[in-house]
Design a protein around this ligand. Sequence first.
Ligand code: NAD
Length: 258
Amino acid sequence: MDNGLNYSGRKVLVTAGAAGIGLAIATRFKDLGASVFVTDVDEEAVQRASSSGFSASVSDVSVEAQVAELMEEVDAALGGLDVLVNNAGIAGPTGPIDQLDGDAWRKTFDVNVHGQFYAVKHALPMLRKAEEPTIVNLSSAAGRLGMAGRSPYSASKWAVVGLTKTLAIELGGEGIRVNAICPGAVNGPRISAVIDAKAAMLGRPVQEVSDLYHGQSSLNRLVDAEDIANMAVFLAGPLAKNVNGQAMAVDGNTEKLY
Ligand code: NAD
């Protein structure tokens, strides 16, 4: 029985798909039958992904020429593309606005926003040939709410939602759906590093800041990467055929970020 989550024959690209949330998303698509290509800047992670059955190559999404080359590799490996998951994103610097470095600010936008622009631009020729093509962009709870001390990250993730809503209108007439996912704090090494940086900025114990992060969710817990993967496979498939231009929160209900 086809439960709407059968991805056999579907071709999926997950950026930054060799580790973290991206790997969880790539794995879920692969387990549901998709041919999955992952790309990442981390060579070792790409090698590991390649040994686990993914098509994979090294690229930095913030460099347009590398993204253009990546799409040629995807076309050669998969013979087209049905689903683009723009997952790559960095945490960026933590600190009060007047102490942030301009290069670190720009780098956050280069990866989190320009990376998605380059990927959509260069994937479009393949997506236009696909049946029921979809794009899923990773935003954040920080793309719906403010986050003190994390202004470049929050601003970049609001930009992702703006890009998503604009592309949903621009590409909707061609049948290309574009949605975003806004995860709350996800269990894993990255959130630990963010909590450490935030504790240092506030001069408060790490455990206290960690408790605040858990308490951001009404469920009083962090999100798992697999929860984000579940939303991605829902959004990219026929169960979501009339879901377009949405920023879907997967955060246990979060109304305030620390
Ligand atoms: P992560 O920091 O664990 O990084 C995952 C992978 O991204 C790494 O393998 C890294 O090498 C790769 N990467 C970094 N820069 C890259 C670039 N320029 N090009 C290609 N690959 C690159 O990230 P994560 O926690 O798995 O987050 C994935 C996405 O989810 C990001 O967009 C992030 O902003 C978003 N998100 C994460 C959380 C969280 O709590 N972790 C919460 C909300 C949203």
